[in-house]
Write a protein that binds this ligand. Structure first.
Ligand SMILES: N[C@@H](CCC(=O)N[C@@H](CS)C(=O)NCC(=O)O)C(=O)O
Length: 369
């Protein structure tokens, strides 16, 4: 295994307003991994990243010894194994499993309202389009206004209107955000982090959508300040936290106030994953889904999210017998158990994901072009 000296400092290639770059930066900051952020520019850096990781998705991470990694979820797991202390993933198996579940939910389902708020509203699109035009478009020789327009059009086609968020879907997608605020506000009013006195993987998972989108983009940030100031405060507290400097304790077990988040995962996220599996199995790049009483039409398939579900199942299967019983009881109580296992076979080719985080297979991700 590598020594800390041989891999640090690391370089993160991404954007200073990107969801997953923000998640990885948050992890590095609280873990105490020194890093430098370099813009993943369309002209110069993206081809380099693609050459070394197999994909130009952001963030990519280069270790000081020259190895490259991609995909924040396996990157974090790799670091936790290589450098167990200070631990971000809880060592208690049940807490570990449920933290991985919350991380996945924050990564893959809150992405939807986060992209919506940024690109649907003029104020968000103007801010983010301009920022990205100057940051990741810095080496593209076009006028900034044109780059901003091209970026906005691409994002809307890929992630909002083009991912099934049409005008009639807007209230339902915004309701996901408001429920999240309510769930987190209730927790963060009683303790500084989701699992206790110090941050854990669950906080890192929520940092992607919150720190880099909801607390930054004008429309959702205004709502957060008004309706959930404890979440606003948590976002800065997490960014400022160094695990090595403090000794805060985690609570025991899974806190009861995670229940409403688990209900949400059971009623919305996991049924959506099932519909996505069915689409991938049938070879349908677009699909409709009835999830939590909301009809989503024309959503884009995601082969990556089939892998996410497979990973959740593998994490469950890795638990010992007693922990499996306890996890199952909690999953059943919150409607997560049945959709977690609904499809016996997942439409996934194991050969395409075995090399993460050192290589991303293009067959796995559906980067929007
Ligand atoms: N599962 C990946 C997701 C990374 C991802 O989707 N990053 C976005 C930016 S935040 C991206 O690069 N999307 C590709 C695109 O828009 O072309 C991770 O955790 O790192």
């Amino acid at each position: 295994m590598a020594s800390r000296e041989s891999i640090c400092p690391v370089t993160i290639y991404g954007s200073s307003i990107s969801y997953f770059t923000g998640k990885l930066e948050t992890y590095c900051r609280i873990k105490g991994i020194p890093y430098r952020l370099e813009a993943l520019t369309a002209g110069r850096t993206a081809p380099l990243v693609r050459e070394h990781t197999g994909s130009s998705q952001m963030p990519a991470l280069r270790l000081a010894d020259g190895r490259w990694l991609s995909d924040t979820t396996p990157i974090i797991q790799w670091f936790e194994q290589a450098f167990p202390e200070p631990a971000v993933i809880p060592s208690n198996p049940l807490q570990r499993f449920f933290s991985l579940l919350l991380e996945d939910y924050a990564d893959e389902w809150l992405w939807r309202p986060a992209m919506h708020f940024r690109w649907y509203y003029q104020a968000g699109a103007r801010f983010a389009g301009h920022h990205l035009a100057e940051e990741i478009g810095a080496d593209v020789a076009l006028p900034t206004a044109l780059k901003r327009w091209m970026i906005t059009r691409r994002q809307r086609r890929g992630y909002t209107a083009g991912d099934g968020i049409t005008r009639d879907q807007v209230p339902a997608v915004e309701a996901i955000y408001r429920r999240m605020l309510e769930q987190l506000q209730a927790i963060l009013q009683t303790r500084p982090f989701l699992l206790g006195e110090r941050p854990s993987l669950a906080d890192v998972g929520f940092s992607g959508p919150i720190f880099r989108h909801f607390a930054l983009d004008p429309v959702p940030a205004g709502i957060m300040r008004r309706e959930a100031p404890a979440v606003w405060e948590w976002s800065a507290r997490l960014w400022n936290y160094r695990l090595g400097d403090t000794s805060g304790e985690l609570l025991a077990g899974i806190p009861g106030d995670w229940g409403p988040i688990l209900d949400e995962i059971g009623a919305h996220y996991l049924p959506y994953l099932c519909a996505n599996n069915a689409a991938v199995a049938a070879g349908h790049r677009r699909f409709d889904a009835e999830v939590g009483g909301v009809r989503y039409r024309g959503a884009r398939w995601s082969r990556y999210r089939v892998w996410c579900l497979q990973q959740l199942r593998a994490h469950f299967n890795a638990l010992g017998a007693d922990d499996q019983l306890a996890a199952r009881a909690l999953l059943e109580r919150h409607g997560c158990w049945e959709p977690l296992w609904r499809q016996a076979e997942l439409p996934i080719d194991d050969s395409v994901c075995g090399r993460l985080p050192f290589h991303v297979d293009a067959k796995m991700i559906d980067v929007y072009d």
